[in-house]
Design a protein. Structure first.
Ligand SMILES: Nc1ncnc2c1ncn2[C@@H]1O[C@H](COP(=O)(O)OP(=O)(O)OP(=O)(O)O)[C@@H](O)[C@H]1O
Ligand SMILES: [Mg+2]
Length: 196
């Protein structure tokens, strides 16, 4: 196993070991951290994801954002270009079906897909992060490929990684294609790395 795979497996087992109560409290704390942030307040079109594998539970965040009138989108595996994601409108009455990873997805409807560059904000999942904002995902490269299409000079969309505090490591072993995150939010902290 490479050190990236070992790190993934270690951190995934740490977050899966959190109790239901710890997960519940973390999901509520996350909302308190995020709602006052200007990056969130100023965003209208927001992509996020449904929780899997011990990830921080995004459902309270989703409901709070809907309540604020935000327009939300979920990632779908790209129907034509393997390895990429598209982001499709997600409403309280959207019907979801499990994808090949068992994660709920709306059925593809191209008229409801938002081009990545027109999103104001993307919340990304991650497995491990470090104090430089480097990110290790689940190993599919989906976010790396999809976000690599964005121009680095463009301010939009803002990117915020979401993670439990126990997912922070001293140093993520980085590869050339990994896209770092300028902002990461945990239940206890909002971290900005853009000036480093
Ligand atoms: N921009 C890209 N173009 C082509 N292949 C890529 C790109 N980004 C990543 N990949 C490929 O995807 C594979 C997985 O990448 P990596 O291990 O960084 O995934 P990850 O960051 O853990 O996953 P994810 O981005 O889905 O959260 C690697 O083999 C890598 O070569
Ligand atoms: Mg990567």
């Amino acid at each position: 196993m490479t050190s990236r795979q070992q790190l993934r497996s270690h951190i995934r087992s740490l977050r899966r070991a959190l109790s239901a109560e710890q997960q519940h409290q973390a999901s509520l704390d996350l909302v308190q951290q995020l709602l006052p942030r200007p990056e969130v307040q100023q965003a209208q079109h927001i992509a996020l994801y449904l929780t899997n594998d011990g990830e921080l539970d995004t459902s309270p965040l989703i409901h709070a954002l809907w309540q604020q009138g935000k327009t939300l989108y979920l990632p779908l595996l790209h129907p034509v270009v393997p390895g990429y994601l598209v982001f499709q409108l997600y409403k309280p009455d959207s019907l979801l079906k499990p994808n090949q990873f068992g994660i709920g997805e709306p059925e593809l409807n191209c008229s409801l897909v938002c081009p990545v560059s027109q999103l104001d904000l993307i919340f990304t999942p991650l497995v491990a992060f470090d104090a430089q904002g480097q990110r290790l995902g689940m190993g599919g490269g989906f976010y790396d490929r999809t976000l690599s299409q964005l121009s680095s000079t463009y301010q939009k969309p803002a990117l915020i990684g979401l993670a439990h505090d126990c997912q922070q490591v001293e140093s993520v072993p980085v590869e050339a294609w990994d896209i770092p995150l300028p902002l990461i939010c945990t239940p206890s902290r909002f971290c900005s790395f853009s000036e480093q």
